[in-house]
Design a protein around this ligand. Structure first.
Ligand code: IVH
Length: 670
């Protein structure tokens, strides 16, 4: 190649790489695989190694370079980086709106933007003639620290702005939030745990820690990401509103969070905030609220700022998901399979708007690893629908009176020995007649996806077992009205209702019955697969492990567990008694009425679903023999993406998985 050809090749490779990065990070729409990207990248690296004179600072190869720093220089922000005032409820939002109406002497509803409030680290990026020249932390708002080298390692930060669609200003200062994706955060902590290093309390701290590394090579190892949300300064700007600025950022190649809306009037803002709150558990990063801004820059200027925060914007916070409280005692719970789970009884505290009194401690290993003691002050977390758990102990609050805890050797309910199999974290009570297990087994049997026995609540199961009216679920079918009506808080009418509920469950679909038996590793989906394959309980119960394993979707674990269940004489007796009690498997499987057109297919739902809830969607898939998974892999057949879909959608496109809109999915369902 001649010099000119080399130059051209290098420019060409950089352009391609930049375009692919833009498609991947900003548009969330990659059109090449990671492997292809890597190939182009290496080609560029090799050429640049051969011709070092042609290396430029904005080359995609120049993200991690240079020696570790001794310390960070300080940089002054051209415009101060302000903070935000908080609103904690609807009333405070209406007050904010009313204040602006008074201040600006305007009656018509304002146009606001609402954005998610990322829980990360605020940074500023300064682009001179399109080239990233300084990246800094917020610092005290006036001066921050120069962390350019570290920010350059974040692949979603463009080293040069794109000007293909919109001219780039001679100088552009933007603000955004660097964050640590939650899944990667969990992994990071697990690794640090193993290495005996201190763990991070939350993703925000790990993002901050990663950005403060003096050696950019260390920062480069952390999967940090950024969303840009604000304009600090722009030379000769023609931008007139926040929404216009965000659209321009995107065109320039900056990553903008898709969860952004324009709202007319404060009530629309309040509704959008509620939507964000609902999405919160499905997002791959943490948010702690929404940020509401007057859309018009002219009105923003008119409203002005207080000493440190603007009058035209506010953070509408979500209820916190983490709180501090004290462990009063530790008790154990005995589960359906005899698993003994230690549970912390807490000084009651509201977390995310819900009162929490207990947090799971998982098992002895977890207690030891986190060094949790009775009397400890702890940070507890309640995220989405998961059971509250202890994040960490606040050791500085220890007085010395805290007591270490070890699981009991015998079951607290039936006194049978507690067994812990080597290599398994769970300890178990192996007494199948343990009342605690019996209760859980019956509760599961009667639950919605199983026999769905109306009127048989938790307390009632407790009473029935404690009064020795039933010792297994089969006994339910022999209960007499007088026996039930005699129970505490039981009127004749509700006793009658319960009997009717039990009677209704006598006629049952095979898949539900199989699921109801509570065989380990047999969830609703596997139960359906087994019902479809065998057609009768008889055939299932006599199937060998090999026969079971031959079924698609049945692995060795399930096969062994099913086999073991039916081999157990006690289980055989209970089943006999069940049928003696009048339980009959329906001739036709309920599910066969729905065509099994999704058999063997896996679906992933992502984004804000508008046409149906996630539960409904998953049921539609399962009813048709398919499976709903939570993460995208090569095995995924379809990703159904609603508005705001992010990383899962990107992954699907990267792997070439078919992506459907909600409507397309409904069409497939028929
Ligand atoms: S705007 C003048 N928008 O929240 C407006 N901030 O206390 C100042 N944050 O330091 C910030 N997401 O770290 C804005 N969409 C968003 C945001 C956001 C997260 C953070 C940022 C800021 C803090 C406000």
């Amino acid at each position: 190649m001649t010099q000119t050809e080399v130059r051209k090749k290098i420019t060409d490779l950089r352009e391609q790489l930049n375009l692919h990065s833009y498609r991947y990070y900003v548009l969330d729409d990659p059109d090449i695989t990671d492997a292809e990207y890597d190939r182009l990248f290496r080609e560029l690296q090799q050429l640049e190694a051969q011709y070092p004179g042609l290396v430029t600072p904005d080359s995609p190869t120049q993200r991690v370079g240079g020696a570790p720093l001794k310390g960070f220089e300080t940089v002054e922000h051209r415009q101060p980086m302000l903070s935000l005032d908080n609103a904690l409820n609807e009333q405070e939002m209406r007050d904010f709106d009313a204040r602006l109406h008074r201040l600006l002497e305007m009656d018509d509803p304002f146009e606001y933007t609402i954005e998610v409030k990322m829980d990360g680290v605020a940074v500023e990026l300064v682009y001179i003639n399109g080239l990233l020249s300084i990246g800094s932390t917020r610092g005290d708002g006036v001066t921050g620290e120069d962390i350019t080298a570290n920010l350059k390692t974040i692949h979603s930060i463009p080293l040069r702005l794109r000007d293909a669609e919109l001219p780039v200003p001679a100088r552009l200062d933007v603000r955004g939030e660097v964050y640590y994706p939650t899944a990667a955060f969990k992994k990071l902590n697990e690794e640090r745990e193993k290495a005996g290093e201190p763990t991070f309390v939350n993703p925000r701290n790990s993002a901050a820690g990663s950005l403060r590394q003096l050696d950019p090579k260390l920062t480069a190892k952390r999967p940090l990401d950024i969303y840009v949300y604000g304009l600090g300064y722009s030379e000769n700007s023609t931008l007139i509103s926040q929404s216009q600025a965000l659209a321009a950022f995107k065109k320039w190649g900056l990553r903008v969070n898709p969860l952004t809306k324009i709202c007319l009037g404060i009530e629309e803002v309040i509704a959008a905030h509620a939507e964000f709150l609902e999405l919160r558990p499905t997002l791959p990063y943490e948010i702690d609220g929404a940020v509401i801004k007057l859309n018009s820059f002219a009105l923003q200027d008119q409203a002005g700022i207080r000493s440190r925060s603007p009058r035209w914007a506010i953070a509408y916070k979500f209820p916190a998901q983490q709180e501090t409280t004290q462990i009063e005692k530790i008790v154990v719970q005995v589960g359906r399979t005899g698993a003994i789970t230690p549970v912390a009884v807490l000084q009651p505290i509201k977390v995310g708007g819900v009162e929490v009194r207990r947090a799971t401690l998982h098992n002895q290993d977890e207690i030891d690893r986190k060094d949790i003691r009775i009397g400890d002050w702890v940070i507890i977390q309640r995220a989405g629908d998961v059971i509250p758990e202890v994040v960490k102990v606040i050791t500085s609050k220890r007085t010395g009176k805290e007591q270490k805890y070890t699981l009991p050797d015998t079951c607290p309910v039936c006194d049978a020995p507690v067994v812990r199999i080597e290599d398994e974290a769970v300890a178990r009570c192996e007494n199948v007649a343990c009342p605690a297990q019996v209760k859980e087994v019956i509760r599961h049997f009667a639950s919605k996806g199983a026999m769905d026995i109306e009127g048989l609540g938790e307390k009632l199961v407790d009473q029935l077992v404690e009064k020795e009216l039933i010792a297994s679920y089969a006994d339910l079918y022999f209960l007499k009205l007088e026996q039930i009506a005699d129970l505490e808080r039981m009127a004749e009418k509700s006793a009658q209702n319960l009997l009717e509920g039990i009677d209704k469950s006598r006629d049952i679909a095979l898949n539900r019955l199989i699921y109801a038996l509570g065989i380990r590793h047999v969830g609703e989906h596997v139960a359906r697969v087994l019902a479809n394959h065998f057609g009768t309980l008889d055939k299932l119960s006599t199937a060998s492990e090999e026969e079971l394993q031959d079924i698609h979707e049945v692995g060795p674990q399930v096969a062994q567990s099913v086999n073991k269940f039916f081999a157990e004489p006690r289980n055989q007796q209970v089943l006999e008694r069940l049928f003696a009690g009048g339980v009959k498997v329906q001739q036709k499987l309920v599910d066969e009425q729905t065509e099994q057109k999704f058999a063997g297919m896996t679906f992933v739902f992502t984004g804000a679903l508008e046409k149906f809830t996630r539960d409904e969607a998953e049921k539609m898939v399962m009813d048709r023999g398919g499976r709903a998974a939570s993460s995208v892999s090569k095995k995924t057949n379809y990703v159904v993406a609603g508005p705001g879909a992010g990383s899962k959608l990107a992954k699907a496109e990267q792997l070439g998985v078919d992506v459907l809109t909600e409507d397309e999915f409904l069409e497939m369902v028929g």
